[in-house]
Design a protein around this ligand. Structure first.
Ligand code: GLV
Ligand code: MN
Length: 196
């Protein structure tokens, strides 16, 4: 979904903070080395000791600057037993993924509110059409691991529980009580779970 590159590569210069562009400016070609094109950040097991029991490790332009202008990125998602990667969307990318380990329920909902889901095991792949709300839940006995891939160097993630109940400043309670048709105490209870 990202624009096409206009040169072989444009390794992001994250330190060029004085200029603002769509993406990142390029590191001078004379300073680019082989190491720029390799990234071992996805070799590390993510820490799943949080309320959801899952952890996303990003291999996007922020962590792997060589992806700048190339229109792709990947994540590693670790799951504790029962862990959930909570409902979220990526505004800038379609997602595909493959289960490396474990057994996961993968689901998404269309703009017509049709829910599609399947339980997948090692080697099986899924696709989440761009922008649709989706999740993965570990339904196996042990840990689980997936690798996901995106057609954007920085797909972005709108994580619904945080977006709706943990924004800064908060969405007013009367908006949320009306939206979800519940009492204010229900909204306050949900908000309290995400305030750290
Ligand atoms: C999984 O949904 C991911 O965004 O990596
Ligand atoms: Mn996703």
């Amino acid at each position: 979904a990202d624009p096409d590159p206009l040169q072989d590569f444009c390794v992001a210069d994250q330190s060029a903070s004085s200029i603002s562009v769509n993406g990142f400016p390029c590191k001078p070609a004379s300073k680019v080395t082989s190491d720029d094109f390799f990234f071992d950040g996805l070799t590390k097991v993510g820490d799943t000791s949080n309320i959801f029991g899952s952890n996303v490790t990003g291999g996007n332009v922020l962590t792997f600057p060589a992806l700048n202008t190339l229109g792709i990125s990947m994540n590693r998602v670790d799951f504790a037993p029962g862990g959930l990667n909570p409902p979220h969307t990526h505004p800038r990318a379609t997602e595909s993924g493959v289960v490396i380990k474990g057994k996961l329920l993968v689901g998404f909902v269309t703009t017509g509110n049709v829910y599609h889901s399947k339980v997948l095991t090692s080697g099986q792949m899924f696709v989440i059409p761009r922008g649709l709300v989706h999740f993965q839940k570990n339904v196996g006995v042990g840990k689980a691991l997936i690798i996901t891939a995106f057609n954007s160097q920085l797909p972005g993630a709108v994580v619904l529980p945080f977006t709706l109940f943990a924004s800064t400043p908060s969405i007013p309670d009367d908006v949320l009580t009306r939206a979800f048709q519940v009492e204010e105490k229900v909204i306050e209870s949900i908000k309290s779970k995400f305030s750290s």
